[in-house]
Design a protein. Sequence first.
Length: 225
Amino acid sequence: MNMIRSSPAAPAAKPSCVPVLLACGIVSLLVYLAGDVIAGMSWQGYAFASQAVSELTALESPARPLLLVLFSLYSLLVVAFGAGVIAAAASTRSLRSAGILLIVYSLMGWVTMTYFPMHSRGVVAATSDIMHPILTYANVIVILAIVGFAAAAFGRPFRLYSLATVLILIGCGLWTGQDVSALKGNLATPILGIKERILIYGFLLWVSVLAVMLLRTKRERSKMQ
């Protein structure tokens, strides 16, 4: 059993809304997936395998208005999940830190998408094209910190799963980075979409697993009281 590592005197989270907040972590994956699929299908000619998710929210993208709504909902769900993680953490500092960083990650992602979107391929670079990758890379660092802090709060199986997730995120991040120059130059990027989605959904799946574990832990604690 992967119980949260906390001090013996740690009080259980009291608010009845905590399970709902934790469930938002699972729902956020479904909302992001729906946004990705629906937006991609609504853009005639968009290729999931060779085009990045960021291209769906590019300024010139016909799918941008729809994704601004769906991905904003995703951001709200992650903020709610982060609040749930903080509430469920009790005195576990590492888990509380993970909850705070989840909120930071969500807000950074929303700001990047809303105010610093990339331009479509072939469009002359602007300020947003400079800030977009900077903020994206910064958020990747936040993501790695989230996984690290949360992993420290659980037992060996989850820590090993978290380590595998970190390796996938770093590997796919470096792999995806090889296509940045081609993307800017409006050149072919045959599997960019696949590489980026492995990175994105690897983390989103990890968030869902964390949500399930926290819900299970809370339920077991409730039975013990």
